[in-house]
Write a protein that binds this ligand. Structure first.
Ligand code: HCB
Length: 217
């Protein structure tokens, strides 16, 4: 099977909610020498994109999305240790506080980004999902003075609005200059980042690591 056929199979197992098949295809792709990042960015994530589009078009419903997410999670069980193994010897890059915005429990992308940052030498405080801005500000305040990066995810247009309040709250509490801020998730655009006064966004987990490192320069 060619690399492209393997990536297509990975995509299709997510779309068809084939949990065992997705794990098997992931292991096969790793065995064939594809990198974890390729498997995520060029196989599994395009599958999730199709699932989202089908949901929006009312061609599938929530139970099917949940099964697709389970397929993706089965793949991630195999991929996260591989990403960890690729961790470079780059201690002291900075501290990344990662979280998903209040009201939002979509954590697949958040976990991927968190792992990629850790693999690139960041120390991590992972605050998880559905995190209120007050808690975020508290964590930033606690770590003031360190080389600090805030990494927020929001997958819904509603939760994305909370990112504006995050930046405003940090500014009000005199913390804005203590931290670089990057936000991501499907609805987040460059225009939004500029509008709310954050520092950057990124398309995917690999890009997030590249952007994060450049923000820490
Ligand atoms: Co969910 N859902 N969902 N969902 N869901 C979305 C997000 C919609 C877009 C689907 C749609 O309508 N097309 C939609 C939001 C619409 C909108 O607001 N515009 C939606 C909705 C409406 C909902 C519910 C409200 C449905 C309901 O209950 N009626 C509900 C919300 C629950 C809540 O949060 N309060 C819901 C629930 C679910 C689950 C539980 C079934 C499941 C989540 C499982 C989980 O995460 N544990 C789910 C899923 C899986 C999705 C879709 C299909 C995929 C999301 C995903 O995991 N993508 C999504 C459709 C879509 O996004 N196209 C759909 C794959 C990951 C790898 O990509 O974009 O998350 P990512 O992350 C990337 C990238 O953005 C970037 O790197 C990551 C890795 O490559 N990145 C960053 C992420 N964070 C970053 C931070 C940075 O600083 C930089 C880069």
């Amino acid at each position: 099977m060619s690399n492209q056929e393997m990536l297509d199979t990975l995509r299709d197992t997510v779309v068809t909610q084939n949990i065992n098949g997705c794990a098997e295809a992931t292991q096969a792709a790793l065995d064939a020498g594809l990198s974890a990042v390729e498997i995520i960015n060029d196989g599994l994530s395009p599958g999730m994109k199709i699932v989202g589009d089908k949901f929006e078009a009312a061609e599938i419903y929530l139970p099917q999305i949940m099964m697709s997410a389970k397929a993706m999670n089965a793949a991630m069980e195999l991929l996260l240790p591989v990403l960890e193994e690729e961790k470079g010897n780059t201690d002291g890059v900075g501290l990344a506080i990662t979280y998903v915005q209040e009201g939002d429990i979509h954590d697949i992308g958040h976990r991927l980004v968190t792992t990629m940052l850790e693999a690139n030498g960041f120390k991590i405080v992972d605050m998880g999902v559905d995190v209120p801005n007050e808690k975020v500000a508290e964590e930033v305040s606690k770590n003031k003075g360190k080389k600090l990066l805030l990494v927020g995810s929001a997958l819904m247009t509603t939760s994305m609005l909370g990112q504006k309040d995050t930046v405003a709250m940090l500014a009000e509490e005199g913390l804005r200059d203590s931290v670089k801020i990057m936000f991501g998730g499907a609805p987040v655009s460059d225009a939004w980042i500029t509008e709310i006064g954050a520092d950057a966004t990124a398309e995917n987990a690999a890009d997030a690591a590249r952007v994060a490192l450049s923000l820490m320069q």
